[in-house]
Design a protein around this ligand. Structure first.
Ligand code: RB5
Length: 145
C-alpha cells in the first residue's frame, strides 16, 4: 500500500510522527511536505496529496492541519477524491465502509497523536462495503460532472 501524506504548520509535528508510524507498519509513504513547521497555506499541501490519489500514484492520502477541516475542503475539490475529516476510529471505519473515502484528514491540534494512530489503523483496515453503498458513492462522484 502506498500512502501520500502532507500537512500545514499546525499538523507538521503529527505528520512527521505519522510518517514514522506508517513506515514502521511497512506502508510505502510519499511525504509531500512541508519539511519544517514554518507557516504555510494548507491548500498548497492538500493539492499534491489529493492529486497523488486521483492519479493513482497513491492508494490513499493523509492530510493533517489544525482541525483537518481546511484540508478536507481543499482535497475534495480534486476530481476523484473523497476526503473525510475524522476525529475518532469509529468514523474512520465508517468513512471507508460507507463512503469509500480515499483521503483522510486529521486534526493536529485537537486530537492526540495516539488517537490519530488508532484512526489511521481503523481507516486502512476497513474495506469499502460495496452493496447498497456503491450506488450512493456513484451518486457522489456524478456530482463532479
Ligand atoms: C491554521 O491556523 C489553521 O487554520 C489550519 O491548520 C486548519 O485548521 C484549517 O482548517
Amino acid at each position: 500500500m502506498r500512502v501520500s501524506i502532507g500537512s500545514d504548520h499546525a499538523g507538521f509535528e503529527q505528520k512527521q510522527a505519522l510518517v514514522d508510524y506508517l513506515k514502521g507498519k511497512g506502508v510505502e509513504v510519499v511525504d509531500r511536505g512541508p519539511a519544517n513547521d514554518d507557516r504555510v497555506d494548507y491548500p498548497d499541501y492538500a493539492a499534491p496529496v489529493a492529486r497523488d490519489v486521483a492519479d493513482g500514484a497513491a492508494d490513499f492520502g493523509v492530510l493533517v492541519c489544525g482541525t483537518g477541516i481546511g484540508m478536507a475542503m481543499a482535497a475534495d475539490k480534486v476530481p476523484g477524491v473523497r476526503a473525510a475529516n475524522i476525529i475518532n476510529p469509529e468514523f474512520a471505519a465508517l468513512c471507508r465502509e460507507h463512503n469509500d473515502a480515499n483521503v483522510i484528514t486529521l486534526s493536529g491540534r485537537f486530537v492526540p497523536l495516539e488517537e490519530n494512530e488508532r484512526i489511521l489503523d481503523a481507516f486502512f483496515a476497513t474495506p469499502f462495503g460495496e452493496g447498497r453503498h456503491a450506488g450512493r458513492v456513484e451518486k457522489i462522484m456524478a456530482l463532479e460532472e
